[in-house]
Design a protein around this ligand. Structure first.
Ligand code: ATP
Ligand code: MG
Ligand code: MG
Ligand code: MG
Length: 563
């Protein structure tokens, strides 16, 4: 490509409203232009980077066996009403009406659409597991769009959705996605960390985010000094509480309609600071005691997760409501935020029996587990209140806090959408079975900005090789004054192209200093300078974008050097 045919749109100054370095440099390097708040045009140079990010994401998604689809941006309200999110999502959901006054929204995410698609396409358990993905425009009416494409209203996301017969299968795909994400961010040349995460408006149970570490990151990440524990501080984490005091069992009765108790009430009862209890549920003992707690960010119950998070070792079985009614002492974990779930806790010390936990649907409760023997009482630490130096929730080491940019997020959704929207398959016995789901997002446009936050200097962007708009720039010094030089530069350009090198030839009639500054600003990783003086000695000058010094290499070696 030639700059005479591929105009650079570089700017000397960055517009006043650009606060962080990636936003400034994306404007100055001519990658994007603002259309309206949180909405950007991608110029040709920026689009080359974006497409390279997309290509890596697509290759790694394909490698997991996920299949690419494309769903509409505009989504009918009925599906969102079916899932319950039409009410729940709030003003970030941009709503519109068509000429017949039918309601729609601009998709901020696609759980409803994919669930509808799959419930219609898939009939049998034999067709599962299944994973679809797309790379597509999303719209979120962010309350504070800022930092350019970092927090835009319209942006590109890779979103994938998986459907399963059971939680083991979900866990396999979740793990495969976790690995694929690690490969993607490694290939993108970014320094990143997977962290435990809250599930936000998407819902579901287990969840990890992938963060690019950068001081300008909007999220705070808590790391343990002694283990690989890392979590977004948005999370409220389960921690082990001291064992309950020994004493006589206190029989408890089931409460049909759980009543919320105040956090203060529960925290006093459990002797846990209120900051560690985010939400409370139920529970009356016969002595009138009140116990319960609900973990935020840890909503849905599934056996694998219970085992992982809470160390439940005994085989878990599901019991019916009737069985539980007769169980006497019971104990429980938590249910989804905002739902009324029977959740009973027996803290009658050493001989806790029949540890029973309400899941988020009738007829699903754990029995025959023994709290104290099989599990520890889960309590909550609200990581938003932690400070550097506090003990890590995993009990190992102390926390340090760093800033991160959320570039990816994976969730175990469980049956949140499939149940609300009746996405079922026929099982081995011809019975309906609700599909179990996972979903997996990457902020493709945000990745471009995050890469710059991590890779820049005072001269401009320094692209990681795999996503640079061009690998090499060829800068001739005063070419238009010398036919010999022009011929040599053209020849070198042709040779580089023939060798498959992605080269930008700066054939403008501009001063060398201007060209150098532009090439540094737009961040091309490798620079070749060809001049009359060099030619006389049979050399060209090479400089890597991060190098302090240039080096002369024989002109005849230049192609091999860069290939
Ligand atoms: P954030 O916490 O930054 O608002 P989110 O948790 O709301 O992000 P998800 O619903 O997890 O976002 O969406 C998946 C991915 O989409 C995010 O990990 C992020 O990389 C990207 N993303 C989300 N919102 C935006 C936005 N406003 N602009 C650009 N990318 C975004
Ligand atoms: Mg958000
Ligand atoms: Mg987030
Ligand atoms: Mg997220």
């Amino acid at each position: 490509m030639r700059t005479s045919q591929f105009p650079l749109n570089t700017l000397k100054e960055s517009p006043a409203d650009a606060e962080i370095v990636s936003h400034k440099l994306m404007l100055r390097a001519g990658l994007i232009r603002k259309l309206a708040a949180g909405m950007y045009n991608w110029l040709p140079l920026g689009l080359r980077v974006l497409r390279k990010v997309e290509r890596i994401v697509r290759e790694e998604m394909d490698r997991t066996g996920a299949m690419e689809v494309l769903m509409p941006v505009v989504q009918p309200a009925e599906l969102w009403q079916e899932s319950g999110r039409w009410e729940f999502y709030g003003p970030e959901l941009a709503r519109l009406r068509d000429r017949h006054a039918r309601e729609f929204c601009l998709g901020p995410t696609h759980e409803e659409i994919i669930t509808d698609l799959v419930r219609n396409e898939v009939q049998s358990y034999k067709e599962l597991p299944l994973c679809y993905y797309q790379i597509q425009t999303k719209f979120r009416d962010e309350v504070r769009p800022r930092f350019g494409v970092m927090r835009a209203r319209e942006f590109v996301m890779k979103d994938a959705y998986s459907f399963h017969n059971d939680y083991e299968s979900l866990q396999q795909t979740y793990d495969a996605m976790h690995e694929a994400y690690s490969r993607i961010f490694t290939r993108l040349g970014l320094e990143f960390r997977p962290v435990r995460a809250d599930t936000g408006a998407i819902g579901g149970s287990s969840s990890h985010e992938f963060h690019v570490l950068a001081d300008s990151g909007e999220d705070a990440i808590a790391f343990s000094s002694a283990s690989d524990y890392a979590a977004n501080v948005e999370l409220a984490e389960a921690v082990a509480l001291p064992a309950p005091e020994a004493g006589a069992p206190q029989p408890m009765s089931l409460v049909d309609t759980p009543t919320q108790r105040s956090i203060e009430e529960v925290s006093a009862h459990l002797n846990v600071p209120p900051s560690r209890c985010l939400k409370t549920l139920v529970v009356k003992a016969e002595d009138g005691g009140v116990i319960a707690l609900l973990l935020r960010g840890d909503h849905e119950l599934n056996p694998i997760k219970a085992e992982k998070l809470h160390g439940v070792a005994a085989p878990l079985t599901f019991a019916s409501d009737e069985e539980i009614q007769g169980a006497g002492s019971v104990a429980g974990f938590m249910g989804p935020v905002g739902l009324n779930i029977p959740m009973l806790v027996d803290r009658s010390a050493a001989n806790l029996v029949n540890f029973v936990s309400g899941a988020n649907q009738a007829g699903k409760h754990y029995i025959n587990t023994n709290w104290g023997r099989d599990a520890e009482l889960p309590a909550v630490v609200d990581l938003r209140t932690v400070q550097a130096g506090d003990p890590s929730p995993d009990g190992q080491g102390n926390l340090t806090i760093a800033r991160g940019i959320e570039v990816g997020h994976i969730f175990q959704l469980g049956t949140k959408y499939s149940e609300a929207m009746q996405a079922q398959v026929l099982d081995e016995n011809g019975q309906n079975r609700t599909m179990i789901m996972g979903c997996y997002g990457i902020g493709v446009t945000r990745v471009v900005a995050a890469a710059i936050e991590q890779n820049h200097d005072d001269k401009g962007v320094i692209w990681p090789g795999p996503i640079a708009p061009f690998d090499v720039c060829l800068v001739p010094v005063n070419m238009h004054a010398s036919e010999t030089l022009q011929a040599a530069a053209e020849q070198l350009y042709a040779d580089l192209k023939a060798a498959g090198v992605d080269v930008l030839f700066d054939d403008r009639k501009a001063r060398a200093g201007v060209m150098f500054a532009d090439m540094e600003l737009i961040g091309i990783p490798h620079r070749l300078v060809i001049s009359e003086r060099g030619l006389a000695g049979g050399t060209v000058e090479y400089r890597g974008r991060r190098d302090a010094e240039s080096q002369n290499i024989p002109l005849s070696d230049a192609v091999a050097f860069l290939r």
